[in-house]
Design a protein around this ligand. Structure first.
Ligand SMILES: Cc1ncc(C[n+]2csc(CCOP(=O)(O)OP(=O)(O)O)c2C)c(N)n1
Ligand SMILES: [Mg+2]
Length: 388
């Protein structure tokens, strides 16, 4: 069946920008790291190498943090093993002046945008240097300096927030675009509908990046939606859409770059569906073995997004196995160092719980603070472990 693009999506196709077609996902590199016929690398090798390094940093960070969670040193971690290209590619396409509204798996993207690794690790420990002062769930960080808004746990809530920010930028005549990440499960949320509809009507300069990793915790895609493709949902909102191989860094980068260019030209939003796969558990609180047969991972093992770019760079003569090992070792050392620092940093002061809302402390908070001080250090019965 041929999918007809209508409205802005059709115009987008006619102008060469992404439109909703049934052409299949855009792929530039095959799993062996070779350019497909008629495709060109969207980045020079030096820049591709930088993004490869960012993907390796993302991977090594994930492996390390899951490790220390298993040792009981942090309570919770949510990683993105297998999904790195669908994160690093689009984030790399952003300008530093653009806004990034993350879901919760985009740690590698934060680092690429300049968030220090130490800040991320401090947040995981919820220590006194945590930018959220230990008030958020671990891995729910914001970073104002790089225009990264706070991860918000309720699924999909970041979508209308991102659309609102994009609309505000447009009204003020600012050139900023907004990118928002979410998963396949989030496309079943009210907020997805609200955000997509508003963005379509008002041509908000926003790029929706849906990481379709096949699962919403234990719910497989087919139980989530009857739609054969998530990208088709764009059509119903008059939004441009593009489906992309989410394990192909080059394709993810190019599609996002084009979508951002459309947004900046005033042509409105784009929904990108990045087809990828969640190779690990949903988070460290999850055990996928109880609901997902291991055999489902097999076809994806040969499509590793890092391996694809590594092979390309090695074939180009830009990278070697020795350099690869050295890079992984260096990043692992960097992680260990950040963990050691975070672990030594004391928790936020008790008083911080009572600060930040009122200009001067009202009597009832003063009373509670006094009580908290009296109880500090005493056995309260809470062992502080993350409950989920
Ligand atoms: C409104 C709401 N319902 C349920 C949850 C629990 N929950 C956390 S993550 C998640 C799955 C999200 O899946 P998806 O959108 O595909 O993103 P992924 O985790 O796969 O990246 C659910 C159901 C929540 N956080 N918020
Ligand atoms: Mg998912």
């Amino acid at each position: 069946m041929r999918m007809m693009a209508t409205g802005p999506a059709a115009e987008a196709s006619a102008s060469g920008a992404p439109g909703v077609t049934d052409a299949g996902p855009l792929r530039i590199l095959d799993p062996d790291g070779e350019l497909l016929d008629g495709q060109a690398a969207p980045l020079p090798d030096t820049e591709a190498l930088q993004l490869y390094r960012a993907m390796v940093r993302n991977r090594v960070l994930d492996e390390r943090m899951v490790g220390i969670q298993r040792q009981g040193r942090i309570g919770f971690y949510i990683g993105s093993i297998g999904e790195e290209a669908s994160i690093i590619g689009p984030v790399a396409a952003l300008a530093q002046s653009d806004w990034l509204f993350p879901c919760y798996r985009e740690n590698g993207g934060y680092l690429l945008r300049g968030m220090p690794l130490q800040a991320l690790v401090d947040n995981l420990f919820g220590n006194g240097n945590d930018s959220a002062i230990g008030r958020q769930m671990p891995n729910h960080i914001a970073w104002r300096e790089a225009k990264i808004t706070s991860v918000s746990s309720p699924i999909g809530t970041q979508i209308p927030q991102a659309v609102g920010a994009a609309f505000a930028a447009k009204k003020r005549g600012r050139p900023d675009a907004t990118m928002v990440f979410f998963g396949d499960g989030a496309t079943s949320s009210n907020d997805f509908h609200t955000g997509m509809n508003f963005a379509g009507v008002w041509k908000a300069p926003v790029v929706f990046v849906c990481r379709n990793n096949g699962w919403a915790i234990s719910v497989p895609l087919a139980r989530q939606t009857a739609a054969p493709r998530l990208v088709d949902k764009a059509l119903g909102y008059g939004v441009a859409g593009a489906q992309v191989d989410g394990n192909d860094l080059f394709a993810c980068y190019r599609v996002a770059k084009e979508a951002l260019a459309r947004a900046r030209r005033g042509e409105g939003p784009t929904l990108i569906e990045a087809l990828t796969y969640r190779m690990g558990g949903h988070s460290t609180s999850d055990d996928p073995k109880v609901y997902r047969p291991e055999a489902l991972l097999e076809p994806w093992k040969g499509k590793d997004p890092l391996e694809r770019v590594r092979r390309y760079l090695v074939a180009q003569g830009t990278w070697s196995d020795a350099e690869d090992q050295e890079l992984r070792r260096r990043i692992d050392d960097e992680c260990k160092e950040a963990i050691a620092v975070a672990e030594k940093t004391p928790p936020p002061p008790l008083e911080s719980m009572f600060e930040g809302v009122f200009r001067s402390m009202p009597w009832h908070l003063a009373e509670e603070l006094g009580e908290a001080r009296r109880n500090a250090g005493s056995e309260t019965g809470a062992e502080g472990a993350f409950p989920l």
